[in-house]
Ligand binder design. Structure first.
Ligand code: BMA
Length: 401
């Protein structure tokens, strides 16, 4: 069979499993054929798009590949707990603050596992794990992307994730006094991940965002509370336990810092390319007004530039794994501040933190507008940017195929 015919067949497999692409490219015979060299190039690119897990499921391989391809098209908007609650409502089927404002759902959905380790029925933010499982199934069905965070308790002290007792990381490494306890917590998370299946029992791929904001001092796994070596060991132990002991092959792993100021700073605790798939950082705007806006836009821009460079060398998926400006108290923040910072960068997604709403004493926590909020109109403008992607556009991309 002439090489060019084989290449044509390869082209029709645009988004299918890379092994099929590999077969067509390798079986081509004419070295001078221009099409052939494209096919080989495509093959090389496709190979380098593989997840860190060499036994990743077909859908996970496809997701990893397609997320990299999508970098050329735009940035997906994400939202933590989007389907569970918003400002002034909780657990209303189909409801979403993003949908109320734009008519569309976000493309990326964050969910939180905290308290699963304690066998609780609801997570740290009161979301029932059974409902979470259903949301995740719905998201997968509509072709959205799922990412899970885990504010796990401190296994040494029994207090929360925000109890940064020194020695906690050391205590859960193999040989440490809490290693067995930590493994039992991973067993619970693994069981939940196994339960995430579509109607044909296909495991749903998930981006697991482990030990987030790892350079901050507020979590027990963060900052100075462990050495870089201990952190890397913790990461590798955790991934290897989930992947090799529990046999989970539907996971992409996200390494993510808080704000950082250099490549070295970012990579200080990086466990290595064979243990990660997504590279990200979290950033919040804390100050209002022109000064705050400028600081946020410039810092985000600078870090995104560094992140993109690192992700390119490491061949990973860059993402803004968490962001927000609490209560968005600026009617043009989306287009004048955030978009300005994001626009010229190639990152996979930007995940806004949760719309927790008002608490008993009237304080509000939310990072995306709800109907009637002052930045609503500007958020619609942001939604309408051709390079900002929400669910409807991403559904057409068939990220899992
Ligand atoms: C924090 C806050 C908390 C929440 C925690 C875990 O950033 O939003 O209210 O409990 O994340 O989701």
């Amino acid at each position: 069979m002439p090489a060019c015919i084989q290449f044509t067949q390869a082209q029709t497999l645009k988004k299918s499993n890379i092994l099929e692409k590999g077969f067509y490219a390798i079986s081509a015979t004419s070295p001078d054929d221009k099409n052939l060299s494209s096919a080989v190039n495509e093959e090389i690119t496709a190979k380098s798009d593989l997840p860190s897990d060499k036994n990743a499921t077909k859908e996970t391989v496809n997701l990893c590949h397609n997320l990299k391809q999508l970098l050329n098209k735009g940035i997906m908007l994400g939202h933590q707990d989007d389907l569970a609650y918003g400002v002034g409502w909780k657990y209303v089927p189909g409801k979403s603050d993003v949908k109320e404002v734009t008519g569309d759902y976000p493309a990326v959905y964050g969910f939180e596992l905290g308290r699963m380790e304690l066998d609780h029925k609801v997570n740290i933010d009161s979301v029932p794990f059974d409902s979470m499982r259903n949301y995740i199934k719905t998201v997968y069905q509509r072709g959205g992307v799922i990412t899970l965070s885990w504010h796990l308790n401190n296994p040494l002290t029994g207090k929360t994730a925000w109890d940064p007792a020194d020695g906690t990381v050391a205590s859960i490494l193999p040989g440490g006094s809490k290693n067995e306890l930590y493994k039992s917590w991973l067993d619970k998370v693994a069981a939940f991940i196994v339960s995430l299946k579509d109607k044909n029992s296909v495991p749903i791929p998930v981006i697991l965002r482990l030990f987030h904001e790892l350079n901050g001092n507020w979590f027990w796994w963060g900052g100075d509370h462990c050495t870089p070596e201990q952190f890397k060991q913790l990461w590798q132990f955790t991934v290897s336990y989930l992947r090799d002991t529990k046999n989970l092959h539907q996971l992409l792993y996200a390494y993510n810092t808080d704000r950082f100021n250099s490549r070295e700073n970012y990579l200080l605790k990086y466990p290595g390319a064979e243990w990660t798939d997504v590279l990200g950082f979290d950033i919040y705007q804390r100050k209002q007004g022109e000064e705050g806006n400028t600081e946020f836009a410039e810092s985000a821009d600078k870090m995104l530039t560094m992140l993109e460079e690192i992700a390119t060398t490491e061949n990973k998926i860059p993402a803004l794994t968490e962001f927000g400006f609490g209560q968005v108290p600026d009617s043009t923040w989306w287009t004048k501040v955030l978009l300005k910072a994001l626009d010229h960068h190639k990152i996979s997604y930007a995940l806004a933190w949760r719309n927790a709403g008002f608490n008993n004493v009237g304080d509000a926590e939310f990072y995306l507008p709800y109907k009637g909020q002052e930045s609503e109109k500007d958020f619609i403008k942001f939604y309408n940017q051709p390079n900002i992607l929400f669910q409807k556009e991403v559904t057409k991309e068939h990220l899992y195929k």
